[in-house]
Design a protein. Sequence first.
Lengths: 420, 579
Amino acid sequence: MIDRKVMVFGAAFVLRLLLICLFPSLPDLLTGRVEVSTPVNSFKRLQEGLFLYSGNVSPYDGGTFHQAPLLLPLFALLPDAKTWPLPTAIFYILVDLVNAQALVTISESGQSINSRFHSAVRKHVRWNGVSVAAWFLFNPFTIATCLARSTSVFTASGILFAVSNAVSGNSVNAMLALGFASYLSMYPALMFLPLVLVCYDRRTQSPQAPKIAPFILQHAGLLLASVAGLLGLSFLITGNFWEFISATYGFHLLVPDLTPNVGLWWYFFIEMFDSFREFFLGVFWLHLASYVGGLTARFRRQPLFVITSLLGVFAIFKPYPSISDASLFFALLPLYRHLFPLMRYTFFAVSAMLYSSLLGPAFYHLWIYAGSGNANFFYAITLVWSLGLSILLADTIFAALRDEWEQDNPGKQGTEVRQV
Amino acid sequence: MTVLSILSLPFVAVLLTLWSSLTLASDYHENLLLQPLPQSSLLASFNFRSNTSQQSFDQQHFRYLPRALGRWDAESWGPRPWNGSKEGGTGVELWAWIDAPGDDEAFAKWITLTQSLSGLFCASLNFVDSTRTTRPVVSFEPTGDHSVANQLHLLHGTLPGEVVCTENLTPFLKLLPCKGKAGISTLFDGHKLFDAAWQSMSVDIQPVCSSDGECVIQIEQTVDMVLDIDRSKRSRSNPIPRPVPNDQLICDTSKPYHADDTCYPLEKMNDKAWSLAEIFGRSLTGVCPLADSDSASDQSVCLRVPHERGVFTSEEAQEIKKEDGITRCFKLTPSTSFDLSIPQQPVTTEIPLDEPVLHAERTIVGHGQERGGMRIIFGNPSNIRPVDFIYFESLPWFLRPYIHTLRATITGTDGVPREIPASDIIKETYYRPAIDRERGTQLELALSVPAASTVTLTYDFEKAILRYTEYPPDANRGFNVAPAVIRILDKAHNSPIYIRSTSLLLQLPTPDFSMPYNVIILTSTVIALAFGTVFNILVRRVVSVNEAEALGAQSLKGKLVGKLVALRDRFRGKDTKVE
């Protein structure tokens, strides 16, 4: 068992290293792809920020750098990625492996099939931790994100560590990790409620169960404290609090940079009438946040599933999504291998996603380089991509509900169902 | 002096009152220098300078350069007129030292200044907003005498795409005391002026103080142009260029392919014949009576050709030959017209043209509308001395440079390019990054190029995609990027030498402008589809099919269907069956 894990991790490491050594221009090529690098996670922008930071110019007094300040001293420790690309690449590969290890922990805790209120009917249909990690490590989207050195992987680490600590019962560590992820990208803070429920359900299995309301408040305080601590550290680094707040979180909220990406926001706000821009910004953010309440309330029995589906929602409806967000969603999906037989539109969703991942780069080329297509070509592909992902998401949610129903009605396994 | 509003309306008033009082205390000079250049070109350099003591002008100095057009061909025309100090980049360039207590006050005054100058010169200077304004640190130095030098703020703005035409010439002439009715300004004809191969107009205003503390305001207006003699001589009634008839072609007969129908044109052996009336389309009328009558201003028209060349002038004009062997000036008589003509003659002695101190070239490299690179080439023609200079560029915010990608390559006499660390060439860097929709990038580099070598600087940039309302109507033409300004720090010259690169055209990615409604509808549909599906699944109960049918019967729809079935059955005469 251990040997298989070592093999998978070793193979993932060697595969990435081989790709970098055989195609030395591949990392820079992927860094430039809009599908991989967005204004909030691009490695090139990070390097520019780093250059300004080391030159004693405030990197936030400009329109290029919008990432968290703590990344700057971290990357200042690494050798220059232009002259010495290997240390940075190995660092990113290690982060990927660490993320995979967190996935193994989550999978082996068995929380996805067997939690406080829920016990899946098809328990035998599951993959073990190493298979889930392999699914993550050999996903081309994950490999592309790793090679492109996108800083989304740190947010992914924060989220995965928060979840893995929550399912192992370390609720304090879980909140600290979620605080780190929220500090980096802001949106993971929306996952607080399901995460704290995972922690609570885990805690009730021990003898003295705390009350739920104080437990949530206590952990909210913990999350706020961790974010505040990181912000305080950032203030020490940058020296100008509001400047970096508006350049990072303000940038996430107001979406001023409309560089194309795989999401739905950029073209919508390019074409939006000026007087309605603020209104629709509010609507889009409300829409994104609305899933938290609905999913958490309906899936009170499976808070880990809420986290998984929220990651899917973020991969579709974030202001600056990239394929790294989709890869995180795909990483947690195999935890619900037992739901796959209940899904109805898998073929349609998977073919829509394959179709858009193959045609997306081609249509982008036609628009930007060949000039034989216009912006609508790439826009249409982002629509298909979002549609495919949302069909997959809705289908997973349906399968999870059906699974709960089968648990409640043990005799009716495998019968036709309908929703009323 | 803190109020800059004198530069708006009072500015005009000052100028109007100024000239009426000039007859009393005349302090006005005008001068025209004509110099034939290689390739049958002619440089005409007009200069008008006047002083006035006007207290309200005290602490101001601004320079307004309506435009330069075309490209100064330094390789064949030599150094620029006035060492480039009275020249703007392509389009309009404006810079001013503004006396203000703080940055914000200075900017407010700057906006007042641009708005009023916009009205005064019929130019779109009011489009110089915060995104087009920079505050250069080392590229410009105030000229003139200032008492409170620590309060001055330098602001600099460019409009590289501004097209300047005859409507800008009229206000320019209105500022002159003789308003184009007498003196050398009578030669200004909009058709010829804006038809030049290269042309630059400028207005400088600066305070000049004498040793006894009395300050005057000096206004200097210059017009420089390089005219193509052939093109200017073409008659206005028949302006279409026609090929030279075969029998008038001078061919190089030594070429192996020379035949009756193939010709390799020889370099012109003769200087072209031209006259003022032919070139400018009108002749010079008298002298401006308001001009100073000292000896310098008297000789208001000067010509730089070798003394042995024959020059025919009107009889009244008095010719004065200078000692340098190539300059002669003419003393004109009032209210008689003056013409000057040069016959065609073989070239005997060339007028020596100085070698420019530095060659500079800036281009955008790369393809596609996503990203590109900037390449700046500096050539030092001197074999002995290195050349130190300041390189200044202001970039629009939608061009996002990555300064960490700045690379330097040096090519020595051996012609082999070698990459060197940029810090070997760049002594100092002043960099202010752009903020989207707020300000542009400002980059100032202090560079040193070694003798007899060429340095190439490159950096990458990314092109932002804008909101569809931010594109101009001709979005696919591209966006103008302002020329770079180079200030050469040469100890040999008293005043700094300025060189400007050409402006650049930047292609940005464009959305489809025709379908905002479609995009809003389609995106909203996808979002509504996802939201609707997910919440539809979430709010409904899961039941088996049998239960669903039973439930369906109890619902309103089920009852209705039941009633309908019962009704149908009754009509058919069957027994009613109510579920």
